[in-house]
Design a protein around this ligand. Structure first.
Ligand code: ADP
Ligand code: MG
Length: 728
């Protein structure tokens, strides 16, 4: 029987034309056609209801049940006009993916006649059977109910699949006792905190600012592999990454993939993805090859953060679904292939206002530049104060392979500002602000020059986890598969806390008789000093930085279990409780869930390695070794001299050693797992998995990968890197 690998290789060779050629259309004409946006609302809601709903959205307050009833009715009519038959509350549980449970509009009226109905209650709140979503012990079984609640700030949309269309209503997901069980509800709470603190600080500069909100543009990296080859790799299917595989002779060393010509088949997929994304209101803007072979990236225009997160989640869903139409499988894992770049999700973050200002963009006057500096320095201070928590928020089993792996930001959190802005901050730091106002005036003069400075500031430091890129910060350490709300919630909350403290200090200085500018500069100076150690302009990938960072006292958590400790530290609990983002109970539950998740991922990987070692790789190697041995025996029988058979004997012996090592280590790994599973404490279990089980994944793989380049190609069961990585 031919291996799945050979069948798969056969089937790609047969691949001729693109599977499903997308019908081209002008994106502006069909953009958001499947979204219940303002345009659709105006058409399907009465003017009064439209006004009431939008006012509630803008001001963040609730709506009456009568308005909910009418909105539900309009939404249903709109969705049915699009051909939808079902509706679902769409939410983001802590599994990392999105969840939906469909209900039909179908109903029976009092006379038993079939009708389509969708009540206000069904729009606003649902009670999905929540007991099988991760809750970190918040819900024990007798209070298993959780509920989803409508988030009117993210518009409903219609999802299409070949068998039907479904109205999706973005919702938060909370336990019956009110604790959040998802990514969206804490994100929304962090927005309220930033808004409050941000608006207050804006009043120093512009009384017209009544809203401050974070904006986000997510660059999403991913790999594509042929689906037939994917199916022939149980490790990819079950764990999302290759647990075996010798590097291809050619990897990314020729540096010919980045921004290279996009393969036609991939291009077809990208066009299809963009079309479908546009129809759902996701404003995809760029697409290109990434550094590794088989790796690509797409990025949308930035949006308000809540919407941007929803869109990124939806985009990942779409990618997974649509790639299938093209005989491709998308890999969102942070490190699907050893030895070539992994994938991240660069989070471009800034703050916008109701007046259309980007608070991290310098302006034309000294005053507006002081405003820019205020938000800029506070962002650095926020990042500095909670760097460990940011690190925790991006920790996952997958991201551990990427962070610090010489091609991704290191696990050390640092901020890159660029030469020019660093110099401006240094000047402010040196300013003798206590003595007189002369220094203030001179500094204001320098601040005035910031926009010109920035204009030709083309500094690009790709090695920094948190880089200022002219009018936004880019958090690059987020893993490609994760929900970016986790990291963004931390950043928002930290920013809110910093701004709140800043305001208090500035007010106090003004109260003590300082001028407003003097007071602002003085507190900025203090914050610049306080956050200095987080700033690093050099090469984040270098050895020297590891040493320098250690000297500065910056943390360098290489693994998830230790990185996650910051989630439950005193300063974290204080931050989240003060900013109203999480209660202590929620924090502990989340910590537990993240640890559990880590353990489960390693457990799955370890089981897959065990099974594939014993049932596929060792048997293939034994068959080949036997052939070598038979050949040796024949040569001996025919009287061929020992001299010419010596190297063949070495080969057979080498193969034998690798086989023996694999068998032995697989058993040891199983025992290590068994021992780990008996540990009560989740924190300790995670640590033991990391220290006692994970090393076997690497050592067993090492033997297997050596066998891969010794054993007959025909016998090798798993598609090889050279077959997986180069799409044509
Ligand atoms: P690059 O970082 O490669 O230079 P861009 O600067 O064009 O690329 O932007 C990358 C991402 O940053 C895009 O998604 C873009 O929409 C987003 N972005 C640009 N300005 C902002 C902003 N003010 N807030 C949030 N994201 C932004
Ligand atoms: Mg970028």
């Amino acid at each position: 029987m031919a291996h799945l690998r050979h069948q798969a290789l056969q089937s790609i060779r047969q691949y001729a034309a693109p599977f499903a050629m997308p019908v081209p259309f002008k994106s502006s004409e069909r953009f958001a056609e499947n979204v219940f946006n303002k345009k659709a609302m105006r058409e399907f809601l009465s003017p009064e209801i439209y006004e009431a709903l939008n006012e509630a959205i803008d001001q963040g307050h609730g709506i009456s049940s009568e308005i909910a009833r009418q909105v539900a009715n309009g939404m249903k009519n709109w969705a049915m006009a699009k051909g939808a038959t079902h509706y679902t509350h769409w939410f983001q549980p802590l599994t990392g993916s999105t969840a939906e449970k469909h209900d039909s509009f179908f109903s029976l009226n009092n006379d038993g006649e079939a009708i389509e109905a969708f009540s206000g209650g069904a729009l606003v709140q649902q009670e999905p059977d929540a007991s099988s979503f991760p809750s970190g012990g918040i819900r024990n079984t007798f209070e298993a109910r959780g509920y989803t609640a409508w988030d009117p700030s993210s518009p409903a949309f219609v999802l299409e699949s070949p068998a039907g269309k479904t109205l999706c209503i973005p919702t938060i997901f909370v336990s019956y006792t009110g604790e959040s069980l998802d990514y969206k509800s804490p994100l929304l709470k962090s927005l309220a905190a930033v808004e409050k603190a941000g608006v207050a600080v804006c009043q120093y500069f512009d009384k017209n600012i009544t809203r401050v909100f974070p904006t986000l543009g997510v660059e999403q990296e991913y790999f594509l592999v042929d689906s037939a080859l994917f199916d022939a790799r149980p490790d990819l299917v079950l764990s999302g990454r290759t647990l075996f595989g010798h590097g291809a002779a050619r990897g990314q060393q020729l540096e010919d993939h980045y921004f290279g010509t996009i393969p036609e088949r991939v291009h077809t997929f990208m066009v299809d993805l963009e079309n479908e994304a546009y129809r759902l209101g996701i404003p995809l803007k760029t697409r290109h090859n990434e550094v590794a072979p088989g790796q690509f990236e797409c990025a949308p225009l930035f949006e308000e953060i809540n919407l941007a997160v929803d869109h990124n989640q939806l985009l990942m869903d779409l990618m997974e679904k649509l790639s299938k139409r093209h005989g491709l499988t998308v890999l969102l894992h942070e490190k699907p292939f050893a030895g070539v770049n992994g994938s991240g999700k660069h989070n471009n973050w800034s703050l916008g206002t109701n007046t259309g200002k980007n608070l991290l963009s310098p302006g034309k006057t000294p005053k507006s530049n002081l405003m820019f500096l205020t938000f800029f320095v506070n962002a650095i201070k926020a990042f500095h104060d909670h760097a460990d928590l940011i690190r925790a928020s991006i920790a996952s089993a997958g991201n551990d392979h990427r962070l610090g792996a010489n091609e991704a930001p290191p696990a050390i959190m640092s901020a890159f500002l660029g030469d020019q802005l660093s110099r401006v901050l240094d000047e402010i730091e040196k300013g003798k602000l206590d003595k007189d106002q002369v220094e203030v005036r001179s500094l204001m003069h320098q601040i005035k020059a910031i926009p010109e400075i920035l204009l030709d500031n083309t500094d690009r430091n790709r090695t920094s986890p948190f880089a200022f890129t002219g009018n936004k910060f880019e958090l690059r350490a987020v893993g490609s598969a994760s929900n970016c709300a986790a990291a963004m919630t931390v950043l928002n909350a930290a920013m809110a806390q910093s701004l709140t403290a800043f305001k208090t200090e500035v007010d106090k200085a003004i109260g003590d008789g300082e001028s407003r500018e003097g007071a602002l500069l003085k507190v900025l100076q203090k914050y610049i000093k306080a956050s200095k150690k987080i700033r690093f302009e050099g090469n984040g990938y270098g050895e020297e930085w590891q040493k320098e960072a250690a000297k500065r006292g910056l943390s360098n958590y290489r693994t998830t279990p230790e990185a996650l400790d910051a989630m439950v530290s005193k300063s974290t609990v204080q931050l989240f409780e003060k900013m109203g983002v999480y209660t202590e109970r929620e924090i502990e539950a989340r910590h537990e869930i993240m640890l559990e998740n880590y353990i489960k991922k390693l457990q799955i990987e370890s089981r897959v390695v065990g099974e594939l070692s014993l049932t596929q790789i060792v048997p293939a190697a034994m068959t080949y070794q036997q052939r070598c041995l038979e050949n040796l025996r024949l040569q001996k029988e025919l009287g061929i001299t020992a001299k010419s058979t010596a190297s063949l004997k070495v080969l057979a012996e080498t193969i034998g050693q690798h086989i023996a090592a694999m068998v032995e280590q697989t058993e040891k790994m199983r025992l290590a797992r068994k021992k780990a599973n008996e540990i009560e404490s989740t924190r300790t279990r995670a640590q033991v998995y990391c220290e006692q089980v994970k090393p076997y994944l690497e050592s067993i793989r090492d033997h297997a990968d050596r066998l891969e380049i010794l054993v007959d190609n025909e016998l090798w069961p798993l598609p090889k890197y050279r077959e997986l990585l180069f799409l044509k």
